[in-house]
Design a protein around this ligand. Structure first.
Ligand code: HEC
Length: 497
């Protein structure tokens, strides 16, 4: 069976520089999300029960570690802030956490921790919440601030509030595990990006995958994993005898490559909505794009990063596809494509982020082609490189149905961070999620800070041996930029056969 899914991957007429990009990875709603809400509930009820007011002075009592703070930290931070975890310090005990209190309050208020970039803002209120939402509510942020301001009181260990169950990360019903073919040693100071070509062993038959879990082999150094479906097995030709090759933000090979999913520490399994499955065509390979972050204290080996796969029985009614919109470098006569913006020098719109400019914007409009099938958008995310700071994706409908907004925001990542890219999965059923149809427009708005005030620019320049910002254009290299909305979409199998 041949599916022209490649057609569906780019929504409309846009140019996709590299289908290899990024992302996915909504998770299993029953795991981290449950732990998160358990933590929240515990926290709230305990706040009422134990904080209250001082009976003599009438002053509000500060929250304490054992009564209010520990359950919240366990639910929202312990996926990474544990001994041997990816984060640089543990937050699992009072002794370990207390010295960090002011910084914890700062980072949760700034929204930089936990790393969950999708946010509800004045400019964007998606219709649904997200599965496995790590964000802290305003009350939870205020609780950490109040604890820090009070000098991080310990509270009473003998009356400690129960901690939520740790998130259930694994895919307990997996059918198969595929592991990287060789080991790699990570040392020194620089991050490294290495791709592995992995044989899924489906020489003659298509595989349909309904769920997967990416497992970091050595969690001290595995910062991020992207898994691509390499339909033409192009990675076989570029990989060395260990199945490895160099790559940066994408799959590192040309041809028919599509992203299947992304993983960052703490993420649970990805489960496609019911009746949706991803296709790995017969003869394809998987490419693991590994982002390694050295510990700074000696060499570490990773030889066991893997993916667990759950196969779909039979054929699904919907094909799951990671799709992209944006990265447009030209304005079109019909008003779509690259939009006029600041720093265009008066002429045609150009995608150029001038050196030193701290508040540059690029916007694109992508019209979904007339022969396009209806797509259900069950997940959304964004992709930029190091200069990008903010990305928002909206849809404007040509002919909205009675119960549909004419325009809605799909996702906003107002504090973009290249290290934490993923696609966020709506906490809603396939029959509820936003639908995009032929004639609808996808609007992608990107903001950039190409000045030394942007710490990611500083770091990227340093890695390239440069000491001042350079003009940045659309492209695939570290110091190029992108402006891309990413979508987990489901298309009727009968529409793409
Ligand atoms: C998904 C993994 C993950 C989760 C969940 C997480 N962190 Fe982090 N945290 C990290 C990593 C990794 C770093 C190191 C800096 C970096 O790479 O961004 C870090 C760094 C920090 C820092 C130091 C920041 C700085 O500017 O140096 C603080 C403070 C922090 N985290 C607090 C928290 C708190 C509080 C939570 C929970 C409410 C949390 N983190 C949840 C991974 C995580």
């Amino acid at each position: 069976m041949v599916i022209s899914a490649a057609r569906v991957r780019s929504l409309g007429t846009l140019t996709v520089l590299s289908l290899g990009l990024l992302a996915c990875g909504g998770d299993d709603s029953s795991s981290a999300a449950t732990a998160g809400s358990t933590g929240t509930t515990t926290m709230t009820s305990d706040t009422e029960a134990t904080s209250g007011t001082d009976s003599e002075t009438g002053e509000a009592l500060a929250p304490t570690w054992y009564q209010e703070v520990a359950p919240l930290i366990a639910a929202k931070c312990d996926g990474c802030h544990i001994d041997g975890g990816i984060a640089p310090f543990s937050l699992t005990t009072y002794e370990a956490a207390k010295g960090w209190a002011p910084l914890l309050a700062d980072t949760v208020e700034a929204g930089t921790m936990p790393p969950f970039l999708a946010d509800d803002t004045d400019e964007c209120q998606p219709r649904f919440g997200w599965k496995d939402d790590l964000r802290l509510s305003d009350e939870e942020q205020a609780l950490i601030r109040a604890w820090a301001d009070a000098g991080a009181p310990e509270g009473d260990p003998s009356a400690a509030a129960p901690l939520p169950e740790p998130p259930k990360i694994g895919l307990d019903d997996a059918d198969e595990r595929l592991t990287i073919p060789s080991g790699v040693t990570i040392d020194g100071k620089e991050d490294r990006f290495i791709c592995f070509s992995v044989d899924p062993g489906n020489g003659v038959l298509d595989q349909w995958i309904s769920a997967f879990q990416i497992n970091a082999g050595n969690s001290k150094i595995v910062h991020h994993v992207l898994v691509y479906i390499d339909e033409d097995a192009a990675s076989v030709d570029v990989a060395d005898e260990n199945g490895q090759f160099d790559c940066f933000g994408d799959a590192g090979v040309d041809g028919n490559v599509s992203l299947m999913g992304a993983w960052a520490p703490g993420m649970a399994a990805f489960r496609a909505p019911d009746d949706v499955a991803y296709r790995v065509p017969a003869g394809a390979r998987l490419i693991f794009n590994m982002h390694y972050h050295p510990t700074g204290s000696g060499p570490e080996v990773d030889d066991s990063t893997s993916i667990d796969l759950k196969y779909f029985e039979g054929l699904p009614n919907y094909v799951g596809i990671l799709s992209f919109a944006g990265n447009d470098s030209k304005a079109r006569a019909d008003g779509t494509g690259l939009q006029p913006g600041p720093n265009d020098d008066g002429g045609e719109p150009v995608f150029k982020i001038p050196a030193g400019v701290a508040d540059h914007e690029e916007s694109m409009v992508v019209k979904i082609g007339e022969d396009f099938p209806d797509v259900r958008i069950f997940a959304a995310g964004s992709h930029m490189h190091y200069v990008g700071t903010d990305l928002r994706v909206r849809i404007k409908r040509a002919n909205p149905k009675p119960d549909e907004p004419a325009e809605e925001c799909l996702v906003h990542t107002p504090t973009w961070d290249f290290s934490w890219q993923r696609v966020y999965q709506y906490d809603a059923g396939l029959d509820e999620v936003p639908v995009a149809r032929a004639g609808d427009e996808i609007l992608v708005d990107c903001k950039y800070d190409n000045s030394l005030g942007n710490p990611f620019v500083m770091r990227a320049l340093a890695e390239q041996g440069l000491d001042a910002p350079v003009d940045v254009y659309l492209g695939e290299e570290t110091l190029d930029e992108m402006c891309l909305g990413i979508f987990g979409i489901a298309v009727k199998l009968s529409d793409v056969l």
